[in-house]
Ligand binder design. Structure first.
Ligand SMILES: NC(=O)c1ccc[n+]([C@@H]2O[C@H](COP(=O)([O-])OP(=O)(O)OC[C@H]3O[C@@H](n4cnc5c(N)ncnc54)[C@H](O)[C@@H]3O)[C@@H](O)[C@H]2O)c1
Length: 338
């Protein structure tokens, strides 16, 4: 078992355990009320029995949403709020999310607004949500006009990671989470290439969350340093959209970092040896290679995504492994370097 203490506007613990057996004790430390347990259809099928056994003695009300990004909608935001009201939830009660980033983002946002804020506990079940979305307090739903357009900063009261959840996770979702893991290795030297090759998930999750904790504690409301967590994402999002979302988010982040390596080599004037050093970290996980899009295709997409009002864009570059920098560059320069 490993524990991380997060000192954000709310102080909370992230507990990393083999399974759900320690959940009750941990929940009881932060909370005594009634819990709405929220799943998607996959996590309900896989984990509902384990959660009910683990939390025996707690009053639980379960609700299940369809899996997939569309669940992060205003409609489901309203549906979950109504579910709480219909079941007589008060400010003393709370929400327990059992799922990936979709269920986590929806539940966090509902918890932030029901009765102006109730206890939110997260049990992330995908690798991406274990290493990234469950910690840091960003919550959101999507609008037809774009992703994550409505949300709030709202920290959980407890994050409980049961590593055994990864046993049922499809390879595509593991690869997706590894895209974010490799991102962390570029952001901070405490996660090394050898860690990625060894793939001890307990160790990887712990190291990634320690890195995320540092960024969140330094810049909880995303006004500076936290932007570095977007390494590879501007181009990654463009690729995701150009490929009609047929590839996972994390795979597109791998692709985005691949482009960022070229940009960084160009920007800092590095030699081929340095490029190979950066590529060797990127390739420490054997991710699926997807066709590289042209500079024009990427720039057109980035312009639309970023609603670029000027021809300048903020992009995170890699100065050294463990040392990234947010740089404002003209879109034209970005195009020439891609
Ligand atoms: N809040 C943040 O800081 C933050 C950061 C990154 C991403 N996100 C958000 O996270 C979302 C993506 O999250 P995700 O990648 O976890 O996707 P997800 O929640 O859609 O889960 C992916 C799939 O895996 C299934 N699944 C979940 N756990 C499983 C398990 N243990 N075994 C088998 N199947 C399982 C789900 O049913 C789903 O089909 C996006 O909406 C993104 O915007 C938020």
């Amino acid at each position: 078992m490993k524990v991380i203490n997060v000192n954000a506007s709310r102080k909370y613990q992230v507990v990393i355990q083999d399974d759900f057996s320690g959940l009750k004790e941990r929940v009881a430390e932060v909370f005594k009320g009634k819990l709405a347990v929220v799943y998607d259809d996959n996590t309900q099928r896989l984990f509902s029995d384990q959660i009910k056994t683990a939390l025996s003695g707690f009053e639980l009300c379960e609700i299940t949403f369809p899996h997939g990004e569309n669940t992060k909608s205003l409609e489901n935001f309203g549906r979950l709020l109504s579910f709480l009201a219909q079941n007589g939830f008060t400010r003393k009660d709370g929400i327990l999310a059992v799922g990936g980033g979709v269920i986590g983002d929806l539940c966090g946002f509902v918890a932030s607004s029901y009765m102006r804020g109730i206890t939110y506990i997260s049990c992330p079940t995908t690798l991406l949500s274990m290493v990234d979305s469950s910690v840091g307090g960003k919550t959101a739903v999507n609008l037809p006009q774009g992703k994550n357009l409505v949300g709030a900063f709202y920290q959980p009261s407890l994050v409980y990671v049961a590593i055994s959840c990864l046993n049922s996770l499809p390879q595509r979702e593991i690869e997706c989470g590894m895209g974010e893991v490799v991102k962390y290795a570029f952001l901070d030297c405490s996660l090394k290439k050898e860690d990625i090759i060894r793939r001890d998930y307990q160790d990887i999750i712990y190291k990634c969350l320690q890195i995320k904790r540092k960024f969140v504690e330094e810049d909880e409301f995303d006004k500076g340093e936290r932007a570095k967590l977007n390494l590879g994402h501007t181009i990654g999002h463009a690729v995701e959209s150009l490929e009609d979302f047929n590839y996972s988010h994390g795979l597109c982040v791998f692709n985005g970092i691949d482009h960022i390596i070229d940009l960084s080599v160009d920007f800092y004037g590095y030699n081929e040896e340095k490029r190979q050093e950066l590529l060797s970290l990127l390739n420490a996980y054997p991710y699926t290679k997807i066709k590289r899009r042209t500079a024009s295709e990427l720039i057109e997409k980035i312009k639309v995504d970023k609603k670029a009002e000027s021809d300048l864009i903020n992009i995170v570059l890699i100065k050294e492994i463990g040392n990234t920098q947010v740089v404002k560059i003209p879109l034209q320069k970005l195009k020439e370097s891609l």
